[in-house]
Design a protein around this ligand. Structure first.
Ligand code: NAD
Length: 419
């Protein structure tokens, strides 16, 4: 049995994939050290007055911001609110951001942040207070040309609006300090759905390449938050058959296909997918094991491990979530001929749209609607093609090729700048 400590999984995975790439690129020890080292790791504590079971108490939350590498531009990466957040996980996710921004060739580095809080357990006022205090404490290290946070698990446009408000109090109106804002506050149309839509766009390209008819292509999506729900919506609009959906409370399956808009409405009304008409209940474990063509893990890390990989029947896995597959399971799945489109490419639509938002904020010149998603599709198609081409040339998997391109670019920038 594979021993998984989810807290260490992200670090183990990064280490494994990076070492593989470093060996292939024949990087020296000093180059490896430079690429691995975080520029800065900040830990903050945030005391907050909260109300639980009718009583008031003070709880202290821990927050982190890891700024990994800025050789190619300002640090960029999400802010996560989740009870399991820890420094090791944030460090690995910050590194991943460096490779993602390099792979899509946008002028950003990589960072990630988080607070170990369950946002659902706080009232709206408490969440606003927590966010604004987090921003106060992070203020000295973030900035529109230094480090630009964005939404991730447990955060959303409202949280970004609070961050922007707090930062602007002492720095003047600064919409470019965060991306993923509400459209009314300098956000862009398309950012909310960008990550999920990007995954769907790559699935459509793959289906085209494989001559798969979307109407007969069965897709199962695990996770129905920002990424999972928008991916499912875009896929449905492209004509794919969504046979299963799930969130943390469990899932639903319908072999004839699920009406995704109805699923969104049902979840809004009832708070879960359970009881969606025309579907049967399944567990998250069962969803992963369904007979389907395409599996989209869009929830959390380490959901596919050596304990359940053998039961996976999909031909393609698109990593909409960050690091949903352990590296040992990744190898075993590939040996069985399952194609894995890695997080590095699959979910990069989010940061791409964030870049377009940041550019518009800096120029104070909003683009016409629709341009964000059309630019995103164009850039994603190009990057996917580049990665597929290199993978073919080198006879390696897509992840190895993607890391090779990204690390090569970061390493080159480091040398040019003389870090
Ligand atoms: P979210 O908080 O909006 O949604 C997470 C979803 O996963 C929810 O539906 C939740 O119920 C579900 N979930 C949580 N634990 C689960 C479990 N054990 N089993 C099944 N479902 C579970 O978060 P999100 O923004 O959609 O992010 C999802 C993943 O995508 C994360 O790995 C995140 O890092 C990655 N990602 C997000 C973005 C973005 O733009 N939001 C960009 C790139 C990558």
């Amino acid at each position: 049995m594979e021993q998984i400590n989810v807290q260490c999984h992200c670090q183990d995975n990064q280490k494994h994939y990076l070492n593989r790439a470093f060996d292939r690129l024949r990087l020296s020890e000093s180059q490896r050290e430079l690429l691995l080292a975080s520029f800065r790791e900040t830990t903050i504590s945030i005391p907050l007055r909260i109300h639980e079971n009718g009583a008031e108490s003070v709880r202290t939350f821990s927050g982190y911001r890891v700024q990994h590498n800025h050789a190619r531009g300002p640090f960029k990466g999400g802010l996560r609110f989740h009870p399991n957040v820890n420094l090791g996980e944030i460090r690995a996710l910050a590194q991943l951001m460096t490779w993602k921004t390099a792979l899509v060739d946008i002028p950003f580095g990589g960072a990630k942040g988080g607070i170990n809080v369950d946002p659902k357990a706080l009232s709206v006022t408490e969440l606003e207070e927590l966010t604004k205090r987090c921003c106060q404490k992070m203020s000295p290290i973030i900035g529109v040309h230094e480090d630009i946070p964005a939404p991730d698990v447990g955060t959303n446009p409202q949280v970004m609006a609070w961050m922007m408000e707090e930062y602007s109090k002492t720095n003047g109106f600064r919409p470019a300090i965060v991306t993923g804002k509400p459209v009314e506050l300098g956000g862009v149309k398309g950012r909310l759905e960008a990550t999920g839509h990007g995954v769907a766009h790559l699935i459509r390209i793959t289906a085209d390449e494989q001559s798969l008819d979307p109407a007969h292509c069965r897709v199962a999506v695990q996770g129905f938050g920002n990424v999972g729900s928008h991916c499912a919506k875009s896929l449905a609009a492209m004509g794919f058959k969504i046979i299963a959906l799930s969130d943390s409370r469990g899932g639903v399956v319908a072999q004839g296909g699920i009406d995704v808009s109805k699923a969104v409405d049902h979840r809004k009304e009832t708070g879960s997918l359970s009881g969606l008409s025309g579907t049967k209940a399944i567990s998250n474990a069962e969803l992963l094991e369904l007979a389907c063509d395409i599996l989209v893990p869009a929830a959390m890390e380490a959901t596919i491990t050596c304990d359940n990989d053998i039961a996976i029947k999909a031909d393609f896995i698109f990593e909409a979530a960050n690091m949903p597959i352990t590296h040992m399971a990744d190898e075993r799945l590939r040996k069985r001929g399952i194609v894995i489109v890695p997080d590095l490419i699959a979910n990069v639509g989010g940061v791409l749209a964030s870049y377009y938002e940041w550019v518009q904020n800096l120029q104070q010149y909003p683009w016409d609607g629709g341009l964000v998603l059309s630019n995103l599709e164009k850039r994603l198609s190009f990057v996917y093609q580049q990665v597929q081409k290199l993978a073919k040339e080198r006879q390696v998997d897509l992840r190895a090729a993607a890391y090779e391109i990204a690390i090569g670019r970061v390493s080159y920038a480091i040398n040019l700048r003389g870090f």
